[in-house]
Design a protein around this ligand. Structure first.
Ligand SMILES: Nc1ncnc2c1ncn2[C@@H]1O[C@H](COP(=O)(O)OP(=O)(O)OP(=O)(O)O)[C@@H](O)[C@H]1O
Length: 341
């Protein structure tokens, strides 16, 4: 559906060159919700601007619906852009138009009849829960309501891709939750593929199927949300995950615990149904090994459980080894060397 193949984007200004997107290869599948997370300046906005060709790649190719964007004529590009809706952090509504007028605008541009426009706007107003706000102006609406108008306007011409640029970053947590659920509903009921960028892992956790982590223009990790959350590979991804899961203790706490606990310290990672089974007590009692739990959390992720426990094993070297060997059949076991282990 959307493919980036070895894409680079370099901005040249008078004084310097900025390599905003570095050798990015990604595939966003039809019907999925794909999230890109990264700190400010990581290159997320540039990446999505390459999808609707607001920017052209310096090298590499961006393909949407099997068309290489750089090979399209301007009229083909205009047609393709109509199949891509976009919503923004700052909503970008026309303040001089009513809610109805904002949603009707792209339909007027597409030269739809008055009747068609009226039917579609009413349908969308009801879908986003604003049927009673048709005649209001944007300044009379809350942030969440403004974003609902933005969403309805983006959906007006029935796109099959919706791009969300930090769409909930200006909203409070409750309204963020409502807007994310609305995006999920759009994905499920209309089958629209959603590509979103955000700096908040909660957004990814709430609705995304797959994700990419960007840093300094590069994609440093890419895959299923559950896999990246339960086993992040880079320090940056680990920090993003820890910002929402609380699955690691701080350096300070670990050093303190190491002083008062002389046994070997391990991190046990339980995924899926294993997170709710008494595996640890079963295996340790079989080998008569004592343990104490130093830190732990169980989280729900994409309708599955994910548990992370930091335990100290107290016993002989052989007992500990037996327990670890047996635990490894069902859970992931890592010795804790430092707070990132
Ligand atoms: N038109 C441009 N000209 C020059 N440099 C640019 C341009 N657009 C972006 N950049 C630079 O490219 C880098 C990536 O910017 P980008 O806006 O894509 O990052 P981001 O991850 O979206 O950050 P933010 O969340 O702050 O928007 C930054 O260093 C930025 O200054």
């Amino acid at each position: 559906m959307i493919t980036f193949e070895r894409v680079n984007k370099v901005f040249k200004t008078d004084k310097k060159e900025v390599h905003a997107v570095k050798d990015v290869s990604l595939t966003i599948e039809k019907g999925e919700i794909f999230g890109v997370v990264g700190f400010s300046g990581a290159g997320k906005s540039t990446l999505i601007r390459l999808v609707n060709l607001l920017e052209r790649p310096t090298s590499g190719s961006v393909t949407v619906h099997h068309s290489d964007l750089s090979s399209l004529t301007s009229s083909e590009l205009r047609k393709l852009r109509r199949r891509i809706g976009m919503i923004f952090q700052s909503f970008n509504l026309f303040n001089s138009r009513t809610v109805y007028g904002n949603i009707a605008y792209p339909l007027k541009l597409a030269k739809k009849s008055k009747k068609e426009i009226d039917e579609r706007v009413k349908e969308l107003l009801s879908f986003v829960g604003l049927a009673d706000k048709s005649g209001h102006y944007p300044e009379q609406l809350s942030g969440g309501q403004k974003q609902r108008v933005g969403i309805a306007r983006a959906l007006a011409t029935s796109p099959d891709i919706l791009i969300c640029d930090e769409a909930t970053s200006a909203l409070d947590p409750e309204t963020t939750g409502e807007i994310l659920q609305l995006l999920k509903k759009i994905n499920q009921e209309y089958g629209i593929t959603i590509l979103l960028i955000t700096h908040e892992m909660n957004v990814i956790r709430s609705i995304c199927d797959r994700m990419a982590v960007m840093e300094n223009g590069s994609v440093i990790e890419y895959g299923n949300v559950y896999d990246i959350f339960t086993n992040p590979q880079s320090p940056t991804s680990r920090n993003f995950v820890s910002s929402v899961l609380n699955d690691r203790m701080s350096y300070k706490l670990l050093e303190k615990l190491k002083q008062s606990h002389t046994g070997k310290i391990y991190r046990l990672i339980f995924t899926g149904v294993k997170a709710s089974e008494p595996i640890l007590s079963r295996v340790t009692s079989k080998h008569e090994l004592e343990f104490s739990i130093l830190y732990g959390s169980i989280n729900e992720l994409q309708d599955q459980l994910f548990g992370s426990l930091i335990v100290e094993f107290i016993g002989t070297k052989e007992q500990v080894q037996h327990v670890i060997d047996e635990l490894k059949d069902t859970v992931e076991v890592r010795e804790v060397i430092n707070h990132e282990s």
